[in-house]
Design a protein. Sequence first.
Length: 232
Amino acid sequence: MMIPDPPDRSPQTPNEWGLLVILSFFFGLMLVLELAREFRVEKLSVPAFLLSWVLLLVLHEFGHALMARALGWRVEGIAIGIGRVRWPGRCLGMPVEVRTLPLAGFALPRPVTLGFPRLKHFLIYAAGPGVELLAVALLALLIGPEQLLSPSAHPALIAAQSFCVAALFGAGFNLIPLSHASGGGQAWSDGLGMINCWRLRDEDYRPLPDKGEDAEPPGRHIPPVQPRLFPP
């Protein structure tokens, strides 16, 4: 699978893994203790937000990938999470990797032809935050905006509200034009990709003839669509 190196290095030494386990244990313990202390149903919004983040990460990356495939581009990989690969497989005919920490992810679409490449690239970038905003709009239609914005002690409504907050936060953050180092190159947020794609040359999108395993992939100068970043 033509998936670049993970954006962030996973723990490699016993000390690093031990530190990660200890920090995760104490974070989980503090969360449980805080939920148990003077428990109120409203406190379930915190774990609901964290679970929603993972679900939205999956929706976000598949939004990019499915839009790319609908526009005729080839999807060479989807990564859910960062760090070491825990499960490589295929979903909907596309290579998928599930990695250690579900904080960020990326999709790797490649152009097949030169038909409207910048417009297609723009739409692929927009599909990630777009699917999150669409999910919020659908929930607002199903539940009603007034009820969705009202305080509630109903667990299902709290979960829906937490999902919407996570979706709006994630979509808004990823629309900020940012870049960062990734796998020896630069990765763009959705916002920066939606701007920079209009500046790319035709040569950056041009497919190369197949010359075997050593051939460069088409769109070789295009950074991976790597949104859904957890803010540092």
